[in-house]
Design a binder for this molecule. Structure first.
Ligand SMILES: C[S@@+](CC[C@H](N)C(=O)[O-])C[C@H]1O[C@@H](n2cnc3c(N)ncnc32)[C@H](O)[C@@H]1O
Length: 256
């Protein structure tokens, strides 16, 4: 199968998968573990944005889904564009976005951004690159590079292949079969993403880890009761070299 066909088939399957779960997607954030993961992910992702003022600057959220991250960007003063291949996912976002101004939603494949060169201050993309066919990932990073303004910032949130879940899902295939479309996702190691970003031309690359807990099947009531304690420990260890690589979640920052 040639690369174009491989990418097309992969994208169709991913889109269908997310459309099927769009209605339930946000339930994740209402379970104790999902809420913990969300808090930790937001802390590391937005730690890359802390120092500057972004009032009225334009941010693009690629794979915006139900708008979870788009809303966070709006709260920080950005004018935002949310882009996703699935209209169903963005329909959920639309309802939540009613109370905000300064946002646009665009249905498009991330491989062909309908956006002018050098026009975006910040591109954010969380748990989306994993669902892009590996043959297509470089093209998407090139597109992001093209639309970013000079010195613009790219922030990625990725499921980490060397992290606890990456390891668990490798050894426990039956679980992988249960949570479609996540069965299609191909997790990243820090080495893989840093290599791809460098190849595309990005500079000043940094990464941090987040979420240190086994997959849901291994979580006991005991563990859930202690999530706040885990959080405190996590804040202390997540930037240490070893722990950066073994979180469930990998937050990456790069500049154009
Ligand atoms: C796991 S969800 C992440 C949604 C959101 N970023 C979040 O963290 O809650 C992945 C999203 O990527 C979108 N997606 C997958 N492939 C895409 C592509 N080729 N172009 C644009 N969006 C895509 C899916 O439709 C889905 O909404």
């Amino acid at each position: 199968m040639d690369k174009r066909q491989e990418n097309k088939e992969f994208t169709v399957e991913v889109k269908k998968g997310f459309e099927e779960i769009s209605e339930y997607y946000d339930l994740w954030f209402s379970i104790p573990f999902g809420a913990y993961a969300d808090r930790m992910e937001k802390e590391v992702i937005f730690s890359f944005l802390e120092k500057k003022k972004y009032k009225r600057m334009i941010a693009l959220d690629i794979g915006t889904g139900t708008g979870v991250w788009l809303i966070e960007l709006l709260k920080r003063g950005f004018t935002t564009i949310g882009l996703d291949i699935s209209l169903e996912m963005m329909n959920v976002a639309k309802v939540k976005l009613k109370e905000f101004d300064s946002w646009f939603l665009v249905q498009s494949d991330a491989g062909n951004l309908p956006i002018s060169n050098d026009s975006i201050s910040v591109v954010l993309s969380v748990t989306t690159l994993e669902f892009i066919a590996p043959v297509h990932r470089e093209k998407i990073l090139k597109e992001i590079y093209r639309v970013l303004a000079k010195d613009g910032l790219l922030i990625l949130g990725l499921l980490c292949s060397t992290g606890i879940w990456g390891f668990e899902t490798k050894i426990r295939r039956p679980l992988r079969q249960l949570i479609f479309p996540y069965t299609l996702g191909k997790f990243f190691s820090s080495k893989e993403i840093v290599t791809l970003l460098r190849k595309t031309g990005f500079k000043n690359i940094e990464f941090k880890g987040a979420v240190y807990s086994p997959t849901l099947r291994f979580q006991s009531r005991f563990l859930i009761a202690y999530l706040r304690v885990i959080e405190k420990i996590e804040r202390k260890i997540r930037e240490l070299p070893f722990f950066k690589e073994i979180g469930v979640f990998l937050a990456v920052k790069a500049e154009k």
